[in-house]
Write a protein that binds this ligand. Structure first.
Ligand SMILES: Cc1cc2nc3c(=O)[nH]c(=O)nc-3n(C[C@H](O)[C@H](O)[C@H](O)COP(=O)(O)O)c2cc1C
Length: 185
């Protein structure tokens, strides 16, 4: 299924209830391929993706991830190669590394939606436990898990506050007037 990009962006929502239907590996690969095209600070590509589609590992991942409300058929753990990052002069806390995780994550969520799959990001998990479960190298820091699956017909209510913001709520044009600064403080 291919949809207009803006329509895909506008209609993506986090899916927190998924069916048992497997996600074919070629679809996961298309999602990973999309993420490899996401922008990256200095084009250093310090994100590392660990894709998981076996039920036993997914079950254990879920056990160490309180924020994983869905039972995904597949998941991609986005890690930062902090050891390699240090070699390029990035500090562990460098914003570029976190932003790279975000660009990859959003690209995966949108690619999944474009393919007709449900997806959801999870950051509430034990990094140490995920490292052990996936046998990650010491220099890789797991940052975000993208859950993938087929959306169930019924979804839990959205996370509060369930407010949709328009771009006008989020945007100012040019230099802010002093009144705007007071209003938005
Ligand atoms: C950095 C980040 C961390 C998130 N962590 C979780 C999480 O651990 N569990 C979860 O169910 N959703 C998580 N979410 C999803 C948000 O709750 C969701 O994007 C937000 O409620 C808006 O819903 P929408 O994406 O469907 O518009 C996370 C989103 C972001 C950007």
């Amino acid at each position: 299924m291919n949809r207009d990009a803006l329509e895909v962006i506008r209609t993506r929502r986090v899916v927190r209830a998924m069916t048992d239907e497997p996600v074919p590996r070629d679809q996961v690969e298309r999602i990973l391929d999309a993420a490899a095209h996401a922008p990256s600070a200095g084009n250093r590509r310090l994100q590392r993706f660990v894709a998981v589609d076996d039920a036993a590992t997914l079950r254990v991942l879920r056990m160490v991830s309180p924020g994983m409300l869905q039972r995904p058929a597949a998941a991609v753990v986005i890690c930062v190669d902090v050891a390699r990052a240090a070699g390029y002069g990035f500090r562990e806390t460098s914003s570029g590394l976190s932003i790279d995780v975000g660009t990859a994550a959003q690209t995966m969520l949108l690619a999944a939606h474009a393919l007709g799959l449900g997806s959801g990001p999870v950051t509430s998990f034990s990094r140490a436990a995920v490292g052990v479960v996936l046998n990650l190298p010491a220099g890789w820091r797991p940052e975000l898990i993208v859950c993938l699956g087929h959306a169930a017909a019924a979804q839990p209510p959205p996370v509060a506050p369930n407010r949709r913001y328009s771009w006008r709520d989020l945007t100012s044009w040019g230099r802010l007037a002093d009144d705007d600064v007071d209003d938005r403080a």
